[in-house]
Design a protein around this ligand. Sequence first.
Ligand SMILES: Nc1ncnc2c1ncn2[C@@H]1O[C@H](COP(=O)(O)OP(=O)(O)OP(=O)(O)O)[C@@H](O)[C@H]1O
Ligand SMILES: [Mg+2]
Length: 219
Amino acid sequence: MMNKIIAIANNKGGSGKTTVAINLAGYLSTKGEVLLIDADPQGSVCDWNRARNKNDKSALKHKKLTVEEKPHPQKKLKQISQIKGYDFIVIDSPPEDAKIMRTALVVSDYAIIPISPSPLDIRSAFITIKTIREGLDSRAIKINPAILISKKVIGTTLADDVRADLKPFKLPLLKSEVGQRIAYVESTIYGQTIFEYAPGSKAAKEFKKLGKEVIKWVS
Ligand SMILES: Nc1ncnc2c1ncn2[C@@H]1O[C@H](COP(=O)(O)OP(=O)(O)OP(=O)(O)O)[C@@H](O)[C@H]1O
Ligand SMILES: [Mg+2]
């Protein structure tokens, strides 16, 4: 079994990385065995997992989802390709720490860069976008990147501006978008994915669409 390693990265804090990592890992676990790794020393995924473990087992649907108990040390991130037994490994990476982010990008096959569509957030994400663009151009990394519009305020056209602003970097953008929705925040508090917390919600529907697009992309 070949792992497909997917990093969720953006140096900009609060862009929705952890939320995307958790829910994408949940979605992918409906297609195969998934390991969710917390490469962020803040340990947000681990916090979520601790809340998760307090749930009644019947509330947890993702039987093929494994979550690492502790933040993954940076030193061990380089050996990630040696981990066997999973179809997908999802890495949540930290903001601000360019070194860990870079390592995550080097060891991964794919990177999703969630960007919240506001001009300031786009500017802040440029470090990540440039790191990827230059890494690819110099062949220092071999990753397949894609930008994801995340936390989009529904009914605004800001996402269209983002698409235009990002054009010069010639990086693919995912068609699916993640809206700014309270259900994502609530599900995280309870240590659940959106598919467990509110399976019939608009959030779950849009995230399923994203999941399907990602599956197609990595297949
Ligand atoms: N799609 C969304 N809709 C509404 N709230 C969201 C959404 N995505 C994330 N949030 C909320 O925004 C905050 C930041 O999200 P999250 O922790 O996923 O971002 P992050 O990029 O991982 O942050 P950090 O850089 O600190 O690791 C959290 O309170 C989270 O619940
Ligand atoms: Mg995070």
